[in-house]
Design a protein around this ligand. Sequence first.
Ligand SMILES: Nc1ncnc2c1ncn2[C@@H]1O[C@H](COP(=O)(O)OP(=O)(O)OP(=O)(O)O)[C@@H](O)[C@H]1O
Length: 257
Amino acid sequence: MIELSNISKYYHPGTVNELCLFRHFNLTIADGDFVSVVGSNGSGKTSLLNIICGSIGVEQGSIRIGGTDITRLPSHKRHRRIGRVFQDPSLGTCPSMTILENLSLADNKGKPYNLGFGINKKRKEAYQEMLHSLNLGLEDKLNVPVGNLSGGQRQALSLLMATMTPIEFLILDEHTAALDPKTAERIMELTGQIVAEKRLTTIMVTHNLRYAVEYGNRMLMMHQGQVILDKSGEEKQALTVNSLLSLFNEISIECGN
Ligand SMILES: Nc1ncnc2c1ncn2[C@@H]1O[C@H](COP(=O)(O)OP(=O)(O)OP(=O)(O)O)[C@@H](O)[C@H]1O
């Protein structure tokens, strides 16, 4: 379970540019939940993910994972339990290293010598099998630098790398936004498959309302640092793209856009 309690987050505190994004913000995500998060630009979706991952700190409040307070835990220690895939396919992988080297690095996440134990035949075969399941022909490209792959291939690899060690939470930050529609569809199918197989508690930020409606058992809509819609179970299943669009329009009118 992830629990954010009484979170306050300021950007540029004490300056003329001070922005209080979250004020006494609370959110609980249960184990096994697949939560899609939508919201207007600047509503705080990425900041929320950054707060959970520890990339940014908070002025007030606590973040607990499985009952353990991780508010002061540095991000590299949190990443042993959290896998993250970014919008930019180049952020989840090391482009100058081969697919094999990238997989080995991800496989050794959290261990003392990331590449030190080398890659034996058994591991190589296991990686090939994993890559084969992506159905992108990457199993025959183990020695190809990741920088030579397409955005979609890299994003599929990022997803595999983020989830190959026993993580508890998967954080997806608009991970299909930079892909063409067909590739985005494939990556979403793959996401659904991996999340179900590994039973990962997942938070997916997306601007694609159809994905938000079709995937996950809970949906949050954010606006100006607040959750303005929180639907799960049957209520979530009843959501439609049109109903979400209407809500977006209402928010825009409220803001005078
Ligand atoms: N590092 C930062 N320094 C200062 N302000 C920031 C920083 N990161 C985000 N903000 C501000 O916080 C607000 C929320 O930004 P955030 O990126 O979390 O929103 P978002 O919902 O993810 O937006 P988008 O949909 O456009 O990606 C915005 O007003 C943004 O300008």
